[in-house]
Write a protein that binds this ligand. Structure first.
Ligand SMILES: Cc1cc2nc3c(=O)[nH]c(=O)nc-3n(C[C@H](O)[C@H](O)[C@H](O)COP(=O)(O)OP(=O)(O)OC[C@H]3O[C@@H](n4cnc5c(N)ncnc54)[C@H](O)[C@@H]3O)c2cc1C
Length: 425
């Protein structure tokens, strides 16, 4: 049987692979290079920066719906590693490998050119993206660069995170945090939660619940101090608070509205305006922001933590430059599902412009957040925004199911697998 063509020439594949191999790892030189990394495209070129939830979805859907366009995805890491379900990994419910996906299918099946490199600068006027090795011109730019820990404004977190990684960024932080959990023999646990907005609002509460459940199942003698800068869980509050009252009150203390002032790593002590907490094991989750380089390129205003975009189209003040996912400020919670949904909106808008007409259909964005309340049961929230481009009216529909269910925990796995299939297959 004749093999179906992927629509990608052998020459193109070699170019993509060679670039990918040559650019592995974090570059030591970040000066702007004058070398063009790719030859002139035949049609329009869309550059997507960041191969996470938003970027992978955007690259795949833009190329799928506009095969005539050249789509280039630039990602600094060699593999995609999922944060959703990473709390499951931390307490031993799944393997790390289940969170990892290679980018190869995006190329072989869809023809997206994948470049493994760090973006160091963007010239928004000349429409050029600079990596450590060269530049790429673009007609349309989509940035889905996720979050950065805000150690600039909260410097005491810097050293603390070397010892106790937050594991809120995809990658090896989770591996080390899991080892710390496995080696933990008991006594005091501290979790710090920053003020909203931060990546995945229910994730710290889920981590606390799963960790307490793990501690109980392993017969460890430990007490958790859950230090929250917020007054209550920002989503699924009823489900989490009931779990706290019913399962964890004796083994955990919930401190609300507390500001972390300092962390003494040597003495393993978190200093807050509501007291000092000594710990043996810590999951120290710092305040977050969009990556700093977005400020340097002119996309973040002074003092802003997130990029300002049209909340329904994700276009920035620069025409044809879009920011999606956790880096931007929007109605949706900062979540992988929201980033996936936003990417599809942007794919429609860019697709329309490539074809020479502005997209005029209804734009729908979704957010779904599942959260475990112990090692077996979960709760879930769904939010949907429908936006009518003609009337500019927004309709919001929110649903929370705060009843713990084993069936919801099963749907959680299925939901994640479905999302990964949507991105990579
Ligand atoms: C513990 C935990 C549990 C979670 N659970 C859920 C859940 O159940 N459901 C849910 O919907 N969401 C969940 N999330 C949230 C979800 O992980 C994020 O919201 C999602 O990853 C955001 O997608 P993104 O594309 O904005 O960022 P990311 O997925 O982080 O992708 C950003 C990518 O950009 C790359 N990058 C950044 N800067 C550069 C650069 N200069 N050059 C090249 N590449 C760059 C990064 O390497 C990264 O791969 C969870 C998060 C955590 C931490």
């Amino acid at each position: 049987m004749q093999k179906k063509s992927s629509g990608v020439s052998r020459r193109g594949f070699i170019t993509g692979s060679a670039i990918a191999l040559a650019m592995t790892g974090v570059p030591t030189v970040v000066a702007k290079s004058k070398t063009s990394l790719l030859s002139e495209p035949r049609g329009k070129r869309v550059v997507v920066v960041g191969g996470g939830y938003g970027g992978v979805t955007a690259a795949k859907y833009i190329k799928k719906e506009n095969p005539e366009a050249e789509v280039v995805l630039i990602e600094k890491n060699q593999l995609f590693v999922s944060c959703p379900l990473s709390n499951h990994y931390l307490v031993g419910l799944i393997d790390y490998g289940q969170l990892c996906f290679p980018y190869n299918k995006l190329y072989t099946k869809y023809g997206v050119k994948v470049i493994n490199d760090l973006v160091v600068d963007i010239d928004l006027t000349k429409r050029k993206v600079f990596t450590s090795r060269g530049y790429i011109d673009y007609n349309y730019l989509v940035l889905s660069t996720g979050i950065e820990y805000d150690t600039e404004n909260y410097p005491f977190y810097k050293e603390a995170l070397w010892h106790f990684p937050a594991a809120f960024s995809p990658g090896s932080e989770h591996l080390y945090l899991r080892r710390l959990i496995e080696e933990f023999e008991g006594e005091n646990v501290v979790i710090t939660v920053p003020k909203m907005p931060y990546r995945c609002p229910p994730a710290p509460y889920e981590r606390a619940a799963m960790l307490l459940s793990y501690i109980k199942e392993n017969g460890l003698k430990a007490h958790m101090y859950f230090i929250d800068a917020n007054e209550h869980p920002p989503v699924l509050s009823d489900g989490f608070m009931k779990a706290y009252e019913d399962f964890y009150r004796g083994t955990a203390t919930y401190i609300t509205g507390a500001t972390v002032k300092d962390i003494d790593v040597g003495k393993k002590k978190v200093i807050t305006d509501k007291g000092e907490f000594v710990f043996d094991f810590g999951s120290l989750i710092p305040p977050m922001r969009a990556p700093r380089f977005l400020k340097e390129v002119g996309l973040l205003g002074k003092g802003d933590r997130w990029v300002s975009v049209d909340p329904m189209t994700y276009e920035t003040e620069f025409k044809n430059v879009f920011v999606i996912g956790d880096s931007c400020e929007t109605y949706l919670p900062k979540s992988g599902y929201a980033a996936n949904s936003e990417a599809k909106v942007v794919a429609k808008i860019i697709g329309g412009r490539i074809k020479g007409k502005e997209y005029r259909g209804e734009l729908i964005q979704h957010g779904i957040c599942y959260a475990m309340v112990n090692l077996k049961s979960a709760i879930v929230m769904e939010v949907e925004y429908k936006y009518n481009v003609e009337t500019r009216e927004i309709q919001k529909i929110l649903r929370e199911d705060n009843t713990w269910k084993v069936s919801t925990a099963k749907r959680y796995y299925e939901w994640a697998r479905g999302l990964w299939r949507d991105m990579f297959l």
